[in-house]
Design a protein around this ligand. Structure first.
Ligand code: PGA
Length: 254
């Protein structure tokens, strides 16, 4: 691990997706809180927005941070069904995932929309976790780097250097999400290095600061080798974040 990588605090983030309800959430959070967390890494759970109030009640003044899974690109107005960054901030929400591949695929979110979401989140002092990743078809066509760089550049285009240094990026190969297929540590590292080099073209400072998480079937048995890579600064964990033992085992591996 190089010196710069050591300065970036590892972030282990759970993405609950559309799972959980009040009772199950309090059981899961209770299990997480019941275990003394000896790790120095930052721990985060990203929950459906309606449960942010529950997180605020249960997680304030604990070592576990909470965040949302999506946000509007607008601060207020006639956008029925949307939740603004200012609304997330009302619940002391620290992070929000933007541009998850499920939103890009099922809700046709463009790179430009994702960039606006990141920008607006930062305006409400919420850190966007910007997801990028290629489909299997794109990887097989040798287009991985082109795809992830285009997705990242759209966000870079709307942020100044200071704001850029405050984002988190998550590399999530679409073919690895929820499939049990993980990128090898070498495959992931290669893409993470490309993403960091892309940030460095704009700002060396941002490139050193920004944490780049890996996501896509990260599990207790593969987390350590992935997290050992110099440009992998944490994980965005779906399935394994729904079981306290698995999530805690990944935290321990970090
Ligand atoms: P997974 O999901 O860990 O279940 O593959 C990751 C994600 O979608 O963020």
């Amino acid at each position: 691990m190089n010196l710069m990588a050591q300065q970036r605090r590892t972030l282990i983030a759970g993405n609950w997706k559309m799972n959980g309800q009040l009772t199950a959430n309090s059981a899961l959070l209770g299990d997480l809180l019941a275990t003394p967390l000896e790790s120095t890494c930052e721990i985060l759970v990203c929950v459906p927005s309606v449960y942010l109030a529950q997180c605020e009640a249960l997680l304030q003044r604990t070592p576990i941070a909470y965040g949302a899974q999506d946000v509007s690109a607008h601060q207020s107005g006639a956008y029925t069904g949307e939740v603004s960054p200012a609304m997330l901030a009302d619940f002391s929400c620290k992070y929000v995932i933007v541009g998850h591949s499920e939103r890009r695929a099922y809700h046709h979110e463009s790179d430009e929309l994702v960039a606006q979401k990141a920008l607006q989140a930062l305006r409400s002092s919420i850190c966007p976790i910007v997801c990028v990743g290629e489909t299997l078809e794109q990887r097989e066509a040798g287009r991985t780097n082109e795809i992830v760089v285009t997705q990242l550049r759209a966000v870079m285009d709307v942020l100044d250097d200071g704001a850029l240094a405050r984002i988190v990026v998550a590399y999530e190969p679409v073919w690895a999400i929820g499939t049990g297929k993980t990128a090898t540590p070498e495959m992931a590292q290669e893409v993470h290095a490309v993403l960091r080099a892309t940030l460095a073209e704009r700002s060396e400072f941002a490139a050193d600061k920004v944490r780049i998480l890996y996501g896509g079937s990260m599990k207790p048995d593969n987390a350590k080798e992935l997290l050992e890579m110099p440009d992998i600064d944490g994980g965005l964990i779906g399935g394994a974040s729904l079981k306290a033992v698995d999530f805690l085992a990944i935290v321990a591996a970090a």
